[in-house]
Design a protein around this ligand. Structure first.
Ligand SMILES: Cc1cc2nc3c(=O)[nH]c(=O)nc-3n(C[C@H](O)[C@H](O)[C@H](O)COP(=O)(O)OP(=O)(O)OC[C@H]3O[C@@H](n4cnc5c(N)ncnc54)[C@H](O)[C@@H]3O)c2cc1C
Length: 381
């Protein structure tokens, strides 16, 4: 049985990022995924921490996708909006292309091996320690691999989490269905801008990708899911037409592909390690996509775990390092997790008084003092 330093299960943002870092360290790494790449996945694409692209040495590859770097953000409430510079630039890469380019980078390191169409179905244990995985391919062939560490980067329905019975905590069930599609020819704003529409308790998103191509997204009420699922394009465009200015801006626009969606994404943390195993990415921590943080957080966890693996290699204790990894992860990700839960739970239909307060404030931010109480209540209730 071939033996590796690390087996990574799942080859998208979390798994591929870890493979790159471990490849840079010269580690013998096996990456396994049950699908063949390039492969799409249900996810939009806001990527805000561009410094991660440098750490992963993929900024050039991402630039070759021809994406615009977006430095502005506009938020609409009713028929008013605020518009300003973002704290950091964002790019919106399609997942099939982005996930593949990460794996391409990982495979520039001789010590990284990638087996596609290989589903992990069991873990191999020696006493209580995970020492390997058993995989099955499309033809039913079974193969086992051994490693010092098995990392589950296999998404929110993680097999590694299930097999290790990783404890879940701070769990909140999925609340909001999400649909999205790619539209060519939406009338653009003068500068590429991420647009967010808070309207009738729904959230609309315009994510500019390449020139002339946008990803449009919608978070809707859970009661609307069935109707949307029956006729996604029509329902999607009907709702979008009610967002400020979008009816006119979408007149010449053409949907490329289909409008796709999910009834929602669950919110949770999982204990991210045990003897011989660790979890990163959505397998370890998942949240509603309205705040567009999942990929960023997945990459960040991969970078952090790579650091920990280096420390262990240099003689630090596995248990102490992993305990610290768990602590640092929760400290870093809990605030944005709480913010995301707040965001989805407080969205609702605004009262006329609130809309009027926002309109006055958006048209004259110097009124901030007199309007803060109403604006704060709007987002808090
Ligand atoms: C509708 C929607 C919109 C989103 N929008 C954004 C956004 O704008 N910005 C953002 O940052 N995040 C967004 N997210 C979240 C983002 O998609 C996830 O956080 C991110 O994909 C997590 O990456 P990952 O690598 O951890 O897992 P995944 O992307 O889920 O990848 C897991 C991989 O593991 C493989 N796998 C699973 N089980 C096995 C197995 N047993 N054996 C072998 N392989 C296996 C799968 O085939 C898959 O390739 C969105 C999510 C959704 C659903």
């Amino acid at each position: 049985m071939t033996r590796y330093d690390v087996i990574i299960v799942g080859a998208r943002v979390a798994g591929a990022s870890l493979a790159i870092r471990l490849g840079q360290m010269g580690k013998q790494v096996l990456v396994l995924d049950k699908v063949a790449f390039p492969s799409d996945t249900l996810s939009t694409h806001q990527l805000s921490h561009l410094e991660h692209l440098d750490a992963l040495n993929v900024r050039d590859r991402v630039e070759e996708l021809g994406l615009r770097e977006i430095r502005r953000m506009r938020t609409y409430i009713g028929r008013s909006f605020t518009d300003g510079e973002r704290e950091a630039a964002t790019v919106i890469p399609g997942r099939a292309a982005f996930d593949s380019l990460l794996m391409d980078e990982a495979l520039t390191y001789d010590s990284v091996t990638f087996h596609q169409n290989r589903q992990v179905r069991n873990l191999i244990y020696e006493e209580e320690t995970v020492v390997g995985v058993e995989t099955v391919d499309k033809k039913g062939n079974i193969q086992a691999y051994r490693a010092d560490l098995v990392v589950g980067a296999d998404g929110r329905n993680s097999t590694i989490a299930r097999e290790t019975e990783a404890r879940m905590y701070d769990h909140q069930p999925a609340e909001r269905p999400v649909f999205y599609g790619y539209y060519e020819g939406v009338t653009p704003l003068p500068d590429p801008t991420v647009e967010i529409f808070l309207e009738e308790g729904r959230i609309g998103f315009v994510f500019p990708m390449q020139e002339g191509m946008d990803c449009l997204g919608l978070e809707i009420h859970s009661s609307e899911f069935r109707t949307f699922a029956k006729n996604p394009q029509q329902e999607f465009e009907n709702v979008f037409a009610r967002m400020y200015g979008m009816e006119d801006r979408m007149k010449g626009a053409v949907l490329r592909g289909k409008v796709v969606g999910t009834p929602g994404v669950p919110n949770f943390f999982r204990e991210p390690y045990g003897k011989g195993w660790a979890l990163i990415g959505d397998a370890a921590h998942s949240k509603d996509p309205s705040t567009g943080l999942g990929m960023n957080d997945a990459i960040w966890q991969a970078l952090l775990l790579a650091e920990v693996i280096r420390n262990i290699e240099e003689g630090a204790s596995f248990e102490e390092e992993m305990e610290e990894f768990h602590k640092r992860r929760d400290e870093a990700l809990k605030p944005s997790y709480d913010m995301t839960l707040d965001y989805i739970q407080t969205l609702r239909t605004w009262t006329d008084e609130e809309l009027e307060a926002f309109r006055k404030w958006a048209s004259n931010p110097l009124l901030v003092k007199s309007h803060v109480p109403v604006l704060t209540d709007m987002f808090r209730q």
